[in-house]
Design a protein around this ligand. Structure first.
Ligand SMILES: Nc1ncnc2c1ncn2[C@@H]1O[C@H](COP(=O)(O)OP(=O)(O)O)[C@@H](O)[C@H]1O
Ligand SMILES: [Mg+2]
Length: 257
C-alpha cells in the first residue's frame, strides 16, 4: 500500500528526515512513536503528500506521488488520504454534517450523495443526533469523531492521524482508538497514527519508533508481548501520556457539557 524509500527532508540546515525506509500493508494499523522533534509529523505530512521530500521515493497504492503535478496531487490526496489532527480543525461556522460534506464536494460528489454519506458516517460514529450541531455545541470527543468522519467521507485508502487523541480524556480516547480498529475491520483502510499514547501504540498492529530523523526499530505482533509489558510497566500509561498540558484549554471548555 505504502512504500517509502530513503526519504530525506531538511528545513534550512536542519536535516529532519535522514533516510526513511518504510513499507505499510493495506489494512494495517501502524503507530509511529518517538520524542518530540523526532520528525514524526514531518514524515506524516510527506506520506500525506502535504509536503514533499528532498529525495527518495513514495509510492501510495501503486502511484508514484512525486511525479504528480499540483492539480493531480491535490486530487489524489482528496480521494485517497484522510487526515485527523490533534485538534479537530472543524470549521466553526458549519454544522457537523456540513463539515463532513465539504471534502466530498471538493471530490465532486453531489449534495444529496454527500449528505447521505455524511449521515451514514455520523450514524456509524453514534452521532446521528448531532448532525446539525456546530463544533462549539459538541464535546471534545464528539468533535474528534466528526473530524474522523470528515477524514473518511471520500473513503480514502489511507487515514493519517497526528496525535488524534492528544486532546481527549481517557474515556473519549479509548473510544476513538476503538473506532480506528472498527473502521479498519469494516473497510480495510490503512491507518498510520502518530501518538504519544502508549496504550494506543500497544494495541496497533505495529509500532514504529522514530528518533532524530530515523526509524529506530520495529516491534512485531503484540499479542505475545502484552503480558510482559504490563508486568514491567511501573507507571500506568495514562500518567505519562495523553494528559498533556496543551490540552487543558480544550478540555476545560468541554467540562460544562
Ligand atoms: N516547516 C518547518 N520549518 C522549519 N523547521 C521545521 C518545520 N517543521 C518542522 N520543523 C522542525 O523539524 C523537526 C521535526 O519536527 P516534527 O516533524 O514536527 O517532529 P515531531 O512531530 O516528531 O515532534 C523539529 O526540530 C521542528 O522544529
Ligand atoms: Mg508532531
Amino acid at each position: 500500500m505504502i512504500d517509502i524509500k530513503n526519504i530525506t527532508k531538511s528545513f534550512g540546515s536542519l536535516q529532519v528526515l535522514k533516510g526513511i525506509d518504510l513499507h505499510i500493508d493495506k489494512g494495517e494499523v501502524v503507530s509511529i512513536v518517538g520524542p518530540s522533534g523526532a520528525g514524526k509529523s514531518t514524515l506524516l505530512q510527506i506520506i500525506g503528500t502535504l509536503d514533499s521530500p528532498d529525495s527518495g521515493e513514495i509510492m501510495i497504492d501503486g502511484v508514484d506521488v512525486r511525479r504528480l503535478n499540483q492539480k493531480k496531487l491535490s486530487d489524489f490526496r482528496n480521494r485517497n488520504i484522510g487526515f485527523v489532527f490533534q485538534f479537530h480543525q472543524l470549521l466553526p461556522e458549519f454544522t457537523a454534517l456540513e463539515n463532513i460534506m465539504i471534502p466530498a464536494f471538493i471530490a465532486g460528489m453531489s449534495k444529496s450523495e454527500a449528505k447521505k454519506r455524511g449521515m451514514e458516517l455520523l450514524d456509524f460514529m453514534g452521532l446521528a443526533d448531532r448532525a446539525k450541531h456546530k463544533p462549539n455545541e459538541l464535546s471534545g470527543g464528539e468533535k474528534q469523531r466528526v473530524a474522523v468522519a470528515r477524514a473518511l467521507v471520500n473513503n480514502p485508502a489511507v487515514v493519517l492521524a497526528d496525535e488524534p487523541s492528544g486532546s481527549l480524556d481517557s474515556k473519549n480516547k479509548a473510544e476513538l482508538h476503538q473506532l480506528f480498529f472498527d473502521l479498519r475491520d469494516k473497510t480495510g483502510q490503512t491507518f498510520i497514527i502518530v501518538t504519544h499514547d502508549e496504550q494506543l501504540a500497544s494495541i496497533t498492529d505495529r509500532t514504529i519508533k522514530m528518533r532524530d530523523g530515523m526509524l529506530e526499530k520495529e516491534t512485531e505482533p503484540k499479542a505475545s508481548q502484552d503480558a510482559e509489558t504490563d508486568a514491567e510497566t511501573e507507571m500506568p500509561a495514562s500518567q505519562n501520556s495523553g494528559t498533556e498540558v496543551r490540552t487543558d484549554a480544550e478540555t476545560g471548555s468541554e467540562s460544562g457539557k
